[in-house]
Design a binder for this molecule. Sequence first.
Ligand code: F6P
Length: 541
Amino acid sequence: MNKHWSIIEQHASVLRDTHLKELFIEDANRIDACSRTLLFAFVDFSRQRINRQLLSELCTFAREIRIQEHFNEMMNGAKVNATEQRSVLHTALRAPKGKSIVIDGNDVIEDVHQVLDRMKAFSDSIRSGVNRGYSGKQFTDIVNIGIGGSDLGPNMVCDALKFYSRRDLAIHFVSNIDPTHLTETLRTCSPETTLFIISSKTFTTEETMANAMAAKAWFFSHGGTSWELHACAVSANLEKTREFGILPEHVFGFWDWVGGRYSVWSAIGLSIAISLGFDHFEAFLAGAHSMDNHMSETKEEDNIPLLLGLIDVLNSMSYDIRSQAIIPYDEYLRMFPAFLQQMIMESNGKSISIDGHELAHHTSPIIWGLPGTDAQHSFFQLLHQGTEKVNTEFIVCARSLNPVDDLHERLLANCAAQSAALMHGKTTQEVAQDLSFSYLGNEDKKALIPHKVFSGDRPSTTIMLKELTPFTLGWLIALYEHRTFVQGYVWDICSYDQWGVELGKVLAKKILPAVKDPSEINNVDDSSIGQFLISMHKFRS
Ligand code: F6P
């Protein structure tokens, strides 16, 4: 861990035993010091275990270790993906025309806009009906086949921005190699009016390629002809897309400097452009670009992803809080926790430093969550009274896109109440006072008191957007991307590789012959798998 962190540690140790509500008493204007307001967003980290002094130390630390400079180096093409010797340039995917970043003699911004222009023409042609299926009918169903970053981003965004979508164009996502996913998806589709987008950076991912082949077989077995009219691909592997029978004009490229979990801004977002229209896709990119500028230019004290990233590190390193619940109080954002799971845990779930040494500190928090208010009736019991320390993140929109009676006001009230309850808790005296009005006898009251006490002192952050729009969603996603960058940089890890997903994939390939044919079981040299295979063959026979 960076040596400057020890100063932070000293300040944090002073606060470790201070109840969060005392911090509000100590500093009457705490909310001003610990929140930031923009035109369309309010970010409140006043319920985190920090005070003005610690905040200022965190900013000094950020300057000393050059976080912002390192971010700007990354934005300019530095090969920060050290283990793969690659630049990390998802920020270039949302940079406006006219900017320039030259990598190996090539202006990547020009390349990006060439693909964006083609995406615009293609998505317009699908939406307007210029491009149609083999029988001349307009497309009604778009099926994106991809997994990981080639699924989670566009899937989440299409869902989150459904309000802005064309309702006569259904967008489906198939990711799982479980045949149920494809079968259930295609049940309502007709080959005449279905367009497949095969999304895979490598075009070799087992799940995606197996599902793509099964989809092609379904297409022909259900009377489809002219596959080339019904298939397009998003990939960096043009040779493989050609082999799969996809017309070059239906292939949308991206580059090795776009990581899968950061690829929603690239042609991987084609389904978004088709569903929402290209204007909305551009607004989505513009929102992310405004966050890029914020991260790149705003001084540490007001730099939202930088501050939130450092608070994440603080929770893990100094307060032993390594579980982070993401609770969007917005039904449109129900897939946001799953999307962040890949972004944050695939990026920062590492235990080796960038130069190859075993780390002596913890890294990525465990990310999980569900939308509020549903989550309140599920696991909030643990958040309020459990033994596990959790950092809770509330995401909410001030305005509803679908106002009905006072439902949205009730949603907002619940969101505010939960973060306050997590912080304040409820003391023994308060519980006793409540129970004094109860009909219970004194002994029963006494027995009940400890069960009704809330310790409080449980940290949370609230991010409030004015409204969920393509622009604000782009801004919000980029905020988490940069926060993830800050964490990884402080932890001294390579946030942009994912070697940890390889081992299981290789093993699955080796085991497949024995899953298909019991006579192959003896060739599986791992006895822990043997009984699984024997039982499986017995149940399948
Ligand atoms: O799970 C590993 C991973 O490489 C992810 O990082 C990526 O998003 C996903 O697989 C899909 O990869 P591809 O787009 O190459 O099919």
